[in-house]
Design a protein around this ligand. Structure first.
Ligand code: CTP
Length: 403
């Protein structure tokens, strides 16, 4: 007997979403389409977890199906991708759904993005292009079997046994970013790799082949995994030697150490703090196509690590050493070197600024540029030493210089 999750659906999804699914269901029946909820949402329904994305797989042409919905004014189509025959639509109450035509894919080059072999294939053929059995489940949305779970690969059993299992032996060769997806799901659900999947992963990671891979996918998965800010993601990343995937180096750092610092100092790019402790290879850093702000973290780290740091005797010395460096880079510098000055900087000095600017000092009567610079520096020293706190004190100090 097949598993039916209509009850879960009704209790876990909002009324608005259920109404939209009902509209899709009716339209599919009226027009002889077979449609399914697919992937993450079915997995999350079975796990009784909140799911964010709603993906519907259409056996046939998803764009055509979306147009039928739009003609009835049920939705607005917001995006169409003709080569893959996928579409995004927004329904009443901002319910957003991704529609994809069933498709078969193949990988012309190992590790690169797949190419579509066939669009509008059977659901069963579609399912086999996916990463893990738990992500390969579908749930029928047609009326005659609404809520029936369709499981071609033993995904329900794996969900019950908390197992992450690939669908075939070539899975990681085709898409190594799945190694990181595995990490993400293991941490998020507290699941484990099955023995064969683990062996395939180790084989991929330890092979000496350095072929190029899709860094966009790798970056996206690393970002998702490390943004979870979970100590165990990092620990598993090291223990499972996942860092070898990005030609990283294993540091002697525990995930909890990083998490504690992140919780305390709240850097903007949480994931980069984790990543930068292992990623040192310049060529690979280039491959990541980081944004300007992301790149700055790496250049700052490089500068800090290469700087000849003599004795830092005063707050002023510490301030000057770390001045204008990103919080992320100061944290990574601390993690790699354990120099306590990095934390003194973040804790006590990072936000200290001289409030007066050059123009204001000019207005007070000092016109020589060099002298203004000198005064600003002196003010900074005094502020860092705690001898000056308020702006009015800064003004008094400048006035005393004129006298
Ligand atoms: N998928 C895959 N290989 C990848 C990425 C995705 O096979 N490298 C498949 C999986 O079947 C997945 C589906 O595409 O369920 C949708 O991908 P995505 O939205 O990234 O995954 P979710 O499983 O929905 O994960 P999340 O809950 O993190 O959004």
């Amino acid at each position: 007997m097949s598993l039916n999750i209509k009850k879960q659906l009704n209790s876990q999804l909002s009324k608005d979403v259920l109404n939209v699914l009902e509209l899709c269901s009716q339209t599919a029946d009226e027009n002889d389409f077979k449609i399914y909820l697919i992937g993450g949402i079915v997995r999350d329904l079975l796990l009784k977890r909140k799911s964010f994305d709603i993906d519907i797989s259409v056996e046939g042409d998803a764009i055509k199906f979306c147009h039928l919905l739009a003609e009835k004014k049920y939705c607005k189509i917001t995006q169409v991708q003709n080569d893959l025959k996928t579409a995004k639509a927004v329904f009443e109450h901002d319910v957003e759904i991704d529609f994809a035509s069933t498709r078969q894919e193949f990988y012309p080059r190992r590790g690169h993005l797949p190419v579509v072999a066939k669009i509008g294939c059977s659901l069963e053929e579609d399912v086999y292009r996916r990463d893990f059995t738990i992500n390969s489940l579908a749930m029928s949305l047609n009326k005659e079997n609404y809520g029936d779970v369709i499981d071609y690969v033993g995904g329900v059993n794996d969900l019950n046994n908390k197992k992450l299992r690939v669908l075939h032996d070539n899975s990681f060769n085709e898409d190594p970013s799945r190694i990181l997806r595995c990490l993400k799901f293991a941490a998020r659900f507290n699941f484990h790799r099955d023995e064969h999947t683990k062996a395939l992963q180790e084989k991929y990671i330890n092979r000496q082949l350095h072929d190029d891979i899709s860094w966009t996918r790798i970056k996206s998965e690393l970002k998702q995994s490390f943004s979870l800010n979970m100590a165990k993601v990092y620990d598993m990343f090291l223990v499972n030697e996942n860092y070898k995937l990005i030609y990283g180096e294993r540091p002697d750092i525990k995930g909890l150490e990083i998490k504690t610092l992140i919780d305390k100092y709240q850097p903007e790019h949480v994931w980069l703090v984790y990543l930068a402790t292992v990623l040192k290879n310049k060529n690979i850093i280039e491959s990541f196509c980081f944004t300007r702000a992301e790149k700055k973290v790496f250049t700052d780290i490089e500068h800090l690590m290469n700087a000849h740091l003599s004795m830092m005797n005063s707050n002023y010395d510490i301030y000057k050493f770390f001045d204008k460096k990103s919080v992320e880079s100061v944290l990574v510098y601390y993690l790699l070197t354990k120099r306590k000055e990095a934390l003194i900087y973040l804790e006590k000095l990072y936000l200290i600024r001289v409030e007066l600017n050059g123009d204001e000092i000019k207005e007070l009567g000092i016109t020589d540029g060099k002298q203004i610079g000198k005064i600003l520096d002196e003010l900074l020293k005094k502020k860092l030493a705690g001898n000056i706190v308020k702006k009015s004190d800064e003004i008094d100090f400048v006035k005393s210089k004129i006298k």
